[in-house]
Design a protein around this ligand. Sequence first.
Ligand code: ARG
Length: 464
Amino acid sequence: METSPTQTWSQRFETALHPAIAIFNASIGFDIELIEYDLTGSQAHAKMLAKSGIISPEEGEQLVNGLEQIRQEYRQGQFQPGIEDEDVHFAVERRLTQLVGDVGKKLHTARSRNDQVGTDTRLYLRAQIEAIQQQLKAFQRALLTLAEAHVETLIPGYTHLQRAQPLSLAHHLLAYVEMSQRDWERLSDVSRRVNISPLGCGALAGTTFPIDRHYSADLLGFERVYSNSLDGVSDRDFAIEFACAASLIMVHLSRLSEEIILWASEEFGFVTLNDSCSTGSSIMPQKKNPDVPELVRGKAGRVFGHLQALLVIMKGLPLAYNKDLQEDKEALFDSVKTVKGCLEAMTILLQEGINFRPNRLIQAVNEDFSNATDVADYLAAKGVPFREAYNLVGKVVKTSLAAGKLLRELTLEEWQEIHPAFEEDIYEAIAPRQVVAARNSFGGTGFEQVQRALQVARNLLDEQ
Ligand code: ARG
């Protein structure tokens, strides 16, 4: 085979890559996603080379302008690298040299693709984290708006998926605001470790040129630079941390999805889904399917898979760069894309896709024994030791169930036979609204607590 005219390698190589190996080796099919960051990173590198006197100021300017021109070409769809470019870094360098001539060949002075790809990936992830954080805020706003409309709406609360105690629906929704707040904060924390510059670490050992790593890092808005060149080029902790934060976002979205799917079933009947956010069946005309939450629940699996992939890719790598690291990209890109897509869809679902059914909810909380704890609390408040009261109420539930009666249907005489401490106010104490209102301990579902929590959440969202 002849040496390919496009062969990027040094003269050490005599033949071109086998075509199948070229395809196997190439990352251009996916790392084109990094192009804007590659251009920005390269512009900072060129400026640093000029400032440090490694190239002339004119050369620096030519490189920066040429890179800017590639950016325009790319945005206009005119820059379309192919397999022969191998990856986005080579593709840019080749085009740059076509555009500005031999000076383009100076761009790679004092740099390696190893520190370059690390720089690009960090710039990419930093921007994506910011975008995801914005989306988390929008998701929280949608939850909060729904919660504000449903402070007084009661919904059964469950443990073990068995009716437990009734809740303010707002309280239930606010639980997800809390989870996504932790997601937001976790991303901020991950961001601190994403925002470190490996540029100038070279292939692994640094460089012989008098570079200024702090200058290029400043230009790129990095908070600091890696202190050890080996660590700088081979660290992917930040990617794993991101995948972990992304996985937790998906855990939360998936739990909410599961609840919505249950709520939309005939058995629960707590919500209906609007046509704009649900789909039909190709054969069963009566069906309306909760595809959005189902997809979100399913996509959680993809994101967890990417976390696992990244961990396994890293675990056996000797220092420093190994080509295995090229495998981090698809995992990261797909995690980002999946989380963004799911957040968007769930936000729309909350904004316009879901209707709570007040009648079904009232019926649900009125017709169960989820006020049994309140009977026990009632007696305990009158001095009966709680465990004794608990046992007593257990018996009442048993006999009522056998008699097909609800607690509120017992007569005062029946109550007083159970225990003389019962008075007329037992009926008020076990009414669902009161049962909810009474749980006024900090962080509880009592309406006062919920109002306070809504205020706190609203303030937080307005601040950020
Ligand atoms: N495409 C490569 C990657 O994504 C760029 C770095 C290549 N470095 C190397 N020494 N072969 O990891």
